[in-house]
Design a protein around this ligand. Structure first.
Ligand code: PGA
Length: 247
């Protein structure tokens, strides 16, 4: 399985910084091709210029969200076929910032993941427990419930990836223990085997305060098939060093 290191830029970056960052990374990949796959998910306004900056480098482009419908009267939304048309191969769905900030439940996330797959995109379905759920010992139950609710029925394994992102670890500098990450990823793999025919080929990324300092150990855990990186993906040296830790 080819591992995936995804940069989620969130709502950061004007054209000059975004293009400079993408060009910098494209140059590094061209000079030293990587075994793992690199993915950039810039804000929608930067999809076109970033697509141009990474053209020919092998770095993939992704959206941060998509609508469940292919077109129509949905002011401010972006449809999966539009992302595909803009050069995307991936889209994040169900990031906790969307689940919380935009009240997206599992059913909404599942519809988005299905729309992404129908448009020919790989949906990266994000799941993860809150601090209260973790403290209550409910991490695995919550993650499995989100997975069962958010993965479309009979998914095409090639158009699906999972990102395990504990909500309390995002942007906080805190990460679960390696043992906890191993346990949750193994549980996700087991749950995927009930949901997806090609479950062992579905990449399970870890996300939440991944940095150059912790990437190597997180990425050495079984069933951690890559990383979803927020803050550190905005700094070329940091994202590159995480990519290197991914092999
Ligand atoms: P972080 O964000 O790396 O800044 O913690 C990860 C994410 O939200 O995808």
């Amino acid at each position: 399985m080819r591992r995936l290191v995804a940069g989620n830029w969130k709502m950061n970056g004007l054209r000059a910084d975004g293009v400079a960052l993408a060009r910098d990374l494209a140059g590094r990949v061209k000079a030293a091709p990587r075994a793992s796959e690199l993915l950039l998910c810039p804000p929608a306004t930067l999809l076109a210029p970033v697509a141009e900056a990474i053209a020919g480098s092998g770095i993939a482009l992704g959206g941060q969200d998509c609508h469940a419908e292919a077109k129509g009267a949905h002011t401010g939304d972006i449809a999966a076929p539009m992302l595909k048309d803009a050069g995307c191969a991936y889209v994040l769905v169900g990031h906790s910032e969307r689940r919380r900030g935009h009240h997206e439940d599992d059913a909404a996330v599942r519809a988005k993941a299905a729309a992404a797959a129908a448009a020919g995109l790989c949906a990266i379905v994000c799941v993860g427990e809150t601090a209260a759920e973790r403290d209550g010992g409910r991490t695995e139950a919550v993650v499995v419930r989100q997975l069962r609710g958010s993965v479309p029925p009979k998914p095409n394994g090639a158009r699906l990836a999972i990102a395990y992102e504990p909500v309390w670890a995002i942007g906080t500098g805190r990460t679960p223990t390696l043992r906890d990450v191993a346990g949750v990823h193994a549980r996700i793999r087991a749950a995927l085997r009930e949901l997806v025919a090609e479950a062992d080929g579905v990449r399970i990324l870890y996300g939440g305060s991944v940095t150059p300092a912790n990437a190597r150990e997180l990425l050495s855990i079984a069933n951690v098939d890559g990383a979803l990186v927020g803050g550190a993906s905005l700094v070329a040296d940091d994202f590159w060093s995480i990519a290197q830790a991914c092999g």
